[in-house]
Design a protein around this ligand. Structure first.
Ligand code: PGA
Length: 261
Protein backbone atom coordinates (compact mmCIF):
# COMPACT_ATOMS: atom_id res chain seq x y z
CA UNK A 1 0.00 0.00 0.00
CA UNK A 2 1.26 3.48 -0.82
CA UNK A 3 1.70 6.25 1.74
CA UNK A 4 -1.50 7.70 3.25
CA UNK A 5 -1.25 11.43 2.91
CA UNK A 6 -4.02 13.58 4.31
CA UNK A 7 -5.87 15.48 1.59
CA UNK A 8 -5.36 19.23 1.64
CA UNK A 9 -7.66 21.90 0.25
CA UNK A 10 -6.36 25.47 0.39
CA UNK A 11 -8.56 28.51 -0.30
CA UNK A 12 -6.49 31.53 -1.33
CA UNK A 13 -8.72 34.58 -0.94
CA UNK A 14 -5.99 36.84 -2.37
CA UNK A 15 -6.65 40.59 -1.94
CA UNK A 16 -10.38 40.14 -1.43
CA UNK A 17 -12.76 40.67 1.52
CA UNK A 18 -12.41 43.24 4.28
CA UNK A 19 -11.54 42.05 7.79
CA UNK A 20 -15.21 42.06 8.72
CA UNK A 21 -16.26 40.27 5.54
CA UNK A 22 -13.55 37.69 6.08
CA UNK A 23 -14.80 37.03 9.57
CA UNK A 24 -18.40 36.65 8.38
CA UNK A 25 -17.29 34.36 5.57
CA UNK A 26 -15.31 32.19 7.98
CA UNK A 27 -18.40 31.95 10.17
CA UNK A 28 -20.46 30.84 7.17
CA UNK A 29 -17.89 28.25 6.12
CA UNK A 30 -17.66 26.90 9.65
CA UNK A 31 -21.36 26.06 9.49
CA UNK A 32 -21.10 24.38 6.10
CA UNK A 33 -17.87 22.41 6.25
CA UNK A 34 -17.83 19.52 8.72
CA UNK A 35 -14.64 18.48 10.53
CA UNK A 36 -13.24 15.46 8.73
CA UNK A 37 -10.17 13.62 9.83
CA UNK A 38 -9.10 12.77 6.30
CA UNK A 39 -9.24 16.29 4.79
CA UNK A 40 -7.38 19.35 6.02
CA UNK A 41 -8.92 22.67 5.02
CA UNK A 42 -6.69 25.75 4.96
CA UNK A 43 -7.92 29.31 4.48
CA UNK A 44 -5.68 32.12 3.34
CA UNK A 45 -7.26 35.53 4.02
CA UNK A 46 -5.72 38.95 3.62
CA UNK A 47 -2.87 39.51 6.07
CA UNK A 48 -4.96 42.00 8.05
CA UNK A 49 -7.59 39.37 8.80
CA UNK A 50 -5.19 36.63 9.74
CA UNK A 51 -4.84 37.52 13.41
CA UNK A 52 -8.55 38.03 14.19
CA UNK A 53 -9.42 34.90 12.24
CA UNK A 54 -6.82 32.95 14.18
CA UNK A 55 -8.82 33.71 17.33
CA UNK A 56 -12.11 32.83 15.65
CA UNK A 57 -11.33 29.49 14.05
CA UNK A 58 -11.58 26.03 15.45
CA UNK A 59 -8.18 24.66 14.43
CA UNK A 60 -9.57 21.16 14.13
CA UNK A 61 -11.83 22.49 11.39
CA UNK A 62 -9.61 25.00 9.62
CA UNK A 63 -5.99 26.01 9.48
CA UNK A 64 -4.68 29.39 8.26
CA UNK A 65 -2.13 30.25 5.61
CA UNK A 66 -0.37 33.57 5.15
CA UNK A 67 -0.18 34.79 1.55
CA UNK A 68 3.12 36.62 1.94
CA UNK A 69 5.81 37.65 4.44
CA UNK A 70 9.42 38.85 4.51
CA UNK A 71 12.07 36.23 5.13
CA UNK A 72 14.13 37.95 7.81
CA UNK A 73 12.88 37.43 11.36
CA UNK A 74 13.10 41.05 12.54
CA UNK A 75 14.91 44.33 11.93
CA UNK A 76 14.62 47.63 10.08
CA UNK A 77 12.29 46.54 7.27
CA UNK A 78 9.53 49.14 7.27
CA UNK A 79 6.18 47.75 6.25
CA UNK A 80 7.16 44.10 6.34
CA UNK A 81 5.87 41.20 8.44
CA UNK A 82 8.08 38.25 9.32
CA UNK A 83 7.46 34.55 9.69
CA UNK A 84 8.65 34.90 13.29
CA UNK A 85 5.80 37.37 13.90
CA UNK A 86 3.36 34.99 12.20
CA UNK A 87 4.40 32.01 14.29
CA UNK A 88 1.33 30.55 16.06
CA UNK A 89 -0.99 32.69 13.88
CA UNK A 90 -0.36 31.06 10.48
CA UNK A 91 -0.02 27.30 10.13
CA UNK A 92 1.00 27.47 6.46
CA UNK A 93 2.59 30.02 4.12
CA UNK A 94 2.00 30.26 0.38
CA UNK A 95 5.42 30.87 -1.18
CA UNK A 96 6.46 31.40 -4.79
CA UNK A 97 2.93 32.05 -6.04
CA UNK A 98 3.11 33.20 -9.65
CA UNK A 99 1.42 36.49 -8.76
CA UNK A 100 4.35 37.19 -6.41
CA UNK A 101 6.96 35.93 -8.89
CA UNK A 102 5.69 37.91 -11.86
CA UNK A 103 3.75 40.89 -10.48
CA UNK A 104 6.12 41.60 -7.58
CA UNK A 105 9.31 40.29 -9.17
CA UNK A 106 10.19 37.85 -6.43
CA UNK A 107 13.39 36.03 -7.28
CA UNK A 108 14.37 32.42 -6.76
CA UNK A 109 16.59 33.63 -3.93
CA UNK A 110 13.67 35.39 -2.20
CA UNK A 111 11.60 32.26 -2.53
CA UNK A 112 14.28 29.95 -1.17
CA UNK A 113 14.87 32.32 1.78
CA UNK A 114 11.15 32.40 2.49
CA UNK A 115 10.86 28.61 2.44
CA UNK A 116 13.70 28.43 4.95
CA UNK A 117 12.23 31.22 7.12
CA UNK A 118 8.85 29.48 7.22
CA UNK A 119 10.38 26.18 8.30
CA UNK A 120 12.60 27.94 10.86
CA UNK A 121 9.44 29.39 12.40
CA UNK A 122 7.43 26.15 12.25
CA UNK A 123 5.14 27.40 9.47
CA UNK A 124 4.56 24.87 6.71
CA UNK A 125 5.61 26.19 3.30
CA UNK A 126 3.34 25.63 0.31
CA UNK A 127 5.87 26.08 -2.47
CA UNK A 128 4.16 27.02 -5.76
CA UNK A 129 5.90 26.15 -9.00
CA UNK A 130 4.80 26.06 -12.61
CA UNK A 131 5.63 27.08 -16.15
CA UNK A 132 4.48 30.12 -18.12
CA UNK A 133 2.61 29.76 -21.39
CA UNK A 134 5.74 30.44 -23.43
CA UNK A 135 7.84 27.98 -21.46
CA UNK A 136 5.14 25.43 -22.12
CA UNK A 137 5.09 26.19 -25.83
CA UNK A 138 8.86 25.59 -25.97
CA UNK A 139 8.42 22.24 -24.25
CA UNK A 140 10.25 23.43 -21.14
CA UNK A 141 7.62 22.49 -18.56
CA UNK A 142 9.55 19.65 -16.96
CA UNK A 143 12.79 21.62 -16.74
CA UNK A 144 11.06 24.64 -15.22
CA UNK A 145 9.28 22.53 -12.64
CA UNK A 146 12.49 20.70 -11.70
CA UNK A 147 14.56 23.89 -11.54
CA UNK A 148 12.02 25.82 -9.44
CA UNK A 149 11.68 22.91 -7.06
CA UNK A 150 15.42 22.36 -6.60
CA UNK A 151 16.01 26.08 -6.21
CA UNK A 152 13.13 26.64 -3.76
CA UNK A 153 14.26 23.75 -1.57
CA UNK A 154 17.98 24.45 -1.69
CA UNK A 155 18.16 25.44 2.00
CA UNK A 156 16.10 22.52 3.34
CA UNK A 157 17.40 19.33 4.89
CA UNK A 158 15.56 16.05 4.58
CA UNK A 159 14.33 16.48 8.17
CA UNK A 160 12.55 19.69 7.11
CA UNK A 161 10.57 17.91 4.41
CA UNK A 162 7.87 16.70 6.76
CA UNK A 163 6.60 20.30 6.73
CA UNK A 164 6.65 20.76 2.97
CA UNK A 165 3.74 21.04 0.53
CA UNK A 166 4.36 21.61 -3.19
CA UNK A 167 1.69 23.11 -5.46
CA UNK A 168 1.90 22.62 -9.20
CA UNK A 169 0.36 25.77 -10.64
CA UNK A 170 0.89 26.37 -14.34
CA UNK A 171 0.98 30.16 -14.61
CA UNK A 172 -1.28 30.24 -17.66
CA UNK A 173 -3.99 28.40 -15.71
CA UNK A 174 -4.22 30.80 -12.75
CA UNK A 175 -7.26 33.03 -12.71
CA UNK A 176 -7.80 32.50 -16.42
CA UNK A 177 -10.48 29.81 -16.54
CA UNK A 178 -7.98 27.88 -18.65
CA UNK A 179 -7.50 24.88 -16.42
CA UNK A 180 -4.87 22.27 -17.20
CA UNK A 181 -5.64 18.88 -18.62
CA UNK A 182 -5.53 16.27 -15.80
CA UNK A 183 -3.15 14.16 -17.94
CA UNK A 184 -0.68 17.06 -18.06
CA UNK A 185 -1.09 17.52 -14.32
CA UNK A 186 -0.32 13.82 -13.83
CA UNK A 187 2.88 14.23 -15.88
CA UNK A 188 4.00 17.32 -13.96
CA UNK A 189 3.29 15.67 -10.60
CA UNK A 190 5.33 12.68 -11.67
CA UNK A 191 8.23 15.01 -12.50
CA UNK A 192 7.85 16.76 -9.12
CA UNK A 193 7.86 13.49 -7.17
CA UNK A 194 10.78 12.23 -9.24
CA UNK A 195 12.81 15.35 -8.51
CA UNK A 196 11.98 15.19 -4.79
CA UNK A 197 13.19 11.60 -4.75
CA UNK A 198 16.31 12.54 -6.65
CA UNK A 199 17.09 15.34 -4.17
CA UNK A 200 16.20 13.66 -0.90
CA UNK A 201 15.50 9.97 -1.45
CA UNK A 202 12.21 8.07 -1.52
CA UNK A 203 11.70 7.70 2.22
CA UNK A 204 12.13 11.38 3.09
CA UNK A 205 9.68 12.51 0.43
CA UNK A 206 6.84 10.05 0.71
CA UNK A 207 4.88 12.31 3.06
CA UNK A 208 5.27 15.46 0.96
CA UNK A 209 1.89 16.52 -0.35
CA UNK A 210 1.57 17.77 -3.89
CA UNK A 211 -1.37 19.97 -4.88
CA UNK A 212 -2.75 21.21 -8.19
CA UNK A 213 -3.89 24.81 -8.60
CA UNK A 214 -5.22 26.88 -11.48
CA UNK A 215 -8.86 27.69 -12.27
CA UNK A 216 -10.22 24.72 -10.32
CA UNK A 217 -14.01 24.76 -9.99
CA UNK A 218 -16.40 22.48 -8.12
CA UNK A 219 -17.02 20.65 -11.38
CA UNK A 220 -13.36 20.08 -12.27
CA UNK A 221 -12.07 19.40 -8.72
CA UNK A 222 -12.87 15.70 -8.80
CA UNK A 223 -10.85 15.16 -11.99
CA UNK A 224 -7.70 16.56 -10.38
CA UNK A 225 -8.25 14.79 -7.08
CA UNK A 226 -8.39 11.53 -9.04
CA UNK A 227 -4.92 12.10 -10.51
CA UNK A 228 -2.34 9.75 -9.02
CA UNK A 229 0.06 11.64 -6.76
CA UNK A 230 -2.23 14.69 -6.32
CA UNK A 231 -3.05 15.18 -2.64
CA UNK A 232 -5.22 18.25 -2.86
CA UNK A 233 -5.96 21.58 -4.48
CA UNK A 234 -5.04 25.23 -4.21
CA UNK A 235 -8.17 27.20 -5.02
CA UNK A 236 -8.28 30.92 -5.83
CA UNK A 237 -11.47 32.36 -7.35
CA UNK A 238 -13.69 29.41 -6.46
CA UNK A 239 -12.72 29.63 -2.78
CA UNK A 240 -14.72 32.86 -2.49
CA UNK A 241 -18.00 31.07 -3.10
CA UNK A 242 -19.04 29.26 0.08
CA UNK A 243 -21.18 26.62 -1.57
CA UNK A 244 -18.65 25.89 -4.29
CA UNK A 245 -15.77 25.69 -1.83
CA UNK A 246 -17.76 23.40 0.46
CA UNK A 247 -18.48 21.21 -2.52
CA UNK A 248 -14.77 21.00 -3.38
CA UNK A 249 -13.92 19.98 0.20
CA UNK A 250 -16.62 17.31 0.01
CA UNK A 251 -15.12 16.02 -3.24
CA UNK A 252 -11.75 15.62 -1.49
CA UNK A 253 -13.46 13.53 1.16
CA UNK A 254 -15.32 11.34 -1.33
CA UNK A 255 -12.20 10.95 -3.48
CA UNK A 256 -10.66 9.15 -0.52
CA UNK A 257 -13.70 6.93 -0.15
CA UNK A 258 -13.40 6.04 -3.85
CA UNK A 259 -9.69 5.25 -3.55
CA UNK A 260 -10.33 2.97 -0.59
CA UNK A 261 -13.20 1.10 -2.23
P1 PGA B 1 -7.50 30.43 -9.40
O1 PGA B 1 -6.20 30.75 -8.51
O2 PGA B 1 -8.14 29.22 -8.78
O3 PGA B 1 -8.33 31.66 -9.30
O4 PGA B 1 -7.00 30.15 -10.77
C1 PGA B 1 -5.36 29.72 -8.12
C2 PGA B 1 -4.21 30.27 -7.36
O5 PGA B 1 -3.99 31.48 -7.38
O6 PGA B 1 -3.48 29.52 -6.72
Amino acid sequence: MGPQRKKLIVGNWKMNLSVQEASLYLHKLSEMIPIRRDVEVVLSPTLLALQPLSLQINRRQFKLAVQNFYWRDNGAYTGEVSAAQLHSIADYAIIGHSERRYKFHETEKDIRNKVQAAVRNRIKPILCIGETVSERSYGETNDVVRDQLASGLANLTSDDLEMLVVAYEPVWAIGTGNNANPRDVADAVKVIRGELKHLYGAKATEDVRVLYGGSVTPSSAGDYLAVKGVDGLLIGGASLDGHGFTDIVKKAHTSIAVTKA
